[in-house]
Design a protein around this ligand. Structure first.
Ligand code: Q9C
Ligand code: ZN
Length: 341
């Protein structure tokens, strides 16, 4: 299986995030991608290539113009105000306020965020732009006939919606790649999100569409981040009614429960008869993940890959979360090896 990777991810290395009331090192750190890349090499998964540059056009198929404008200009504007530390938002248009985009940069950040977990640094735009190009380059490989490809994206993307960032995510890499398949002639694509957290951005982008079936397996929002989306009764709307599947699970779920949910999701994807399957590959379901509660063990990721392979569809794997840094490579590549059989 071909892996697409770029060192540009290093340009995004934020100073910290709030954990337990204290500013702590970010869980979403460059070493994550290093470990995955090292494991791809150690297991000789296949060739590793740099991304091509498809420009902004495929990104603008998913994200709004004002959101992309903010992301590109935010650091320069922040630095021009004399700041050197990371840029973070603090005021959001929550209920009872008015969601009108302000002229002020700090106001715009809150307008385009749902939490304080997507810091903007000097290198963030270049890193997230390249991360999207990594997904698009792997997408081309599958569109050209490969059985599978691995987009080693960092930063991740599934919490980002059309114009709102959060949860370490800025550009929704898997959504951008899904739209590229459709724009190149696919009729139906399925996204299977196996990250521990609900992919709220991906769900919202495709919620009213029938050409993208989205399935999510995740910690229930009743107890887990992102807290405000991901319940089982969210099944799509309008033309998209019936094309969104949420399988929220209890804290502490292990492979017996998780694997059964995967089987449910895969049966729905098979019934949808997608031309291609995209996997939002987060491995924060791992038992030793520092911010998650599920209990998957490393061999379970081989089983995960085997079940996805049984769909018999061209498959694009897009890296999402996973914060047990030392094991993220083993677990992510286990999925890919399980898929390859
Ligand atoms: N106590 C991904 O896995 N953590 N993002 C908030 C609040 C944010 C996870 C913690 C977790 C974001 C791509
Ligand atoms: Zn996650």
């Amino acid at each position: 299986m071909l892996t697409i990777y770029s060192d540009d991810h290093r340009l995004h290395h934020a100073q910290g995030e709030m954990v337990g009331g204290e500013f702590q090192p970010c869980f979403e750190m460059p070493a994550r991608a290093d470990h995955v890349l090292a494991r791809v090499k150690a297991q000789q998964l296949g060739a590793i290539r740099e991304p091509e540059d498809f420009g902004l056009t495929p990104i603008a198929r998913i994200h709004s113009a004002d959101y992309l404008d903010f992301l590109q200009k935010a650091w320069a504007g922040w630095a021009a105000q004399g700041n050197t530390a990371d840029f973070l938002p603090g005021v959001f248009p929550a209920r009872h306020l008015r969601a009108k985009r302000p002229d002020d940069l700090y106001g715009q950040y809150g307008f385009h965020s749902f939490d304080c977990f997507a810091p903007i640094t000097a290198g963030t735009w270049q890193a997230v732009y390249t991360s999207a190009q990594v997904a698009l380059t792997a997408q081309r490989e599958v569109a050209a006939g490969a059985r599978s490809a691995f987009a080693l994206c960092r930063p991740p993307g599934h919490h980002a919606s059309a114009d709102v960032m959060g949860g370490y995510c800025y550009l929704n890499n898997v959504a951008i790649a899904a739209q590229a398949f459709l724009d190149q002639g696919a009729k139906r694509v399925a996204i299977l999100d196996v990250d521990y957290h609900h992919g709220n951005g991906t769900q919202s982008i495709f919620y009213e569409r029938a050409d993208v079936f989205v399935a999510n397996i995740h910690g229930s929002p009743s107890f887990e981040y992102p807290h405000f989306l991901g319940y089982a009764d969210e099944t799509g709307a309008g033309a998209g009614e019936g094309y969104n599947l949420n399988l929220p699970l209890a804290a502490g779920s292990a492979w017996d429960v998780w694997g059964a949910a995967l089987d449910t999701a895969c049966k729905r994807i098979a019934a949808y008869d997608a031309d291609v399957v995209l996997v939002s590959l987060g491995v924060d379901t791992y038992q030793n993940d520092p911010i998650s509660s599920f209990k998957l063990d490393s061999p379970d990721y081989l089983r995960m890959g085997q079940r996805i392979a049984a769909l018999g569809k061209p498959t694009l794997f897009v890296m999402e979360g996973g914060y047990a840094v030392a094991e993220i490579g083993i677990n992510a590549v286990n999925v890919l090896e399980g898929f390859q059989g």
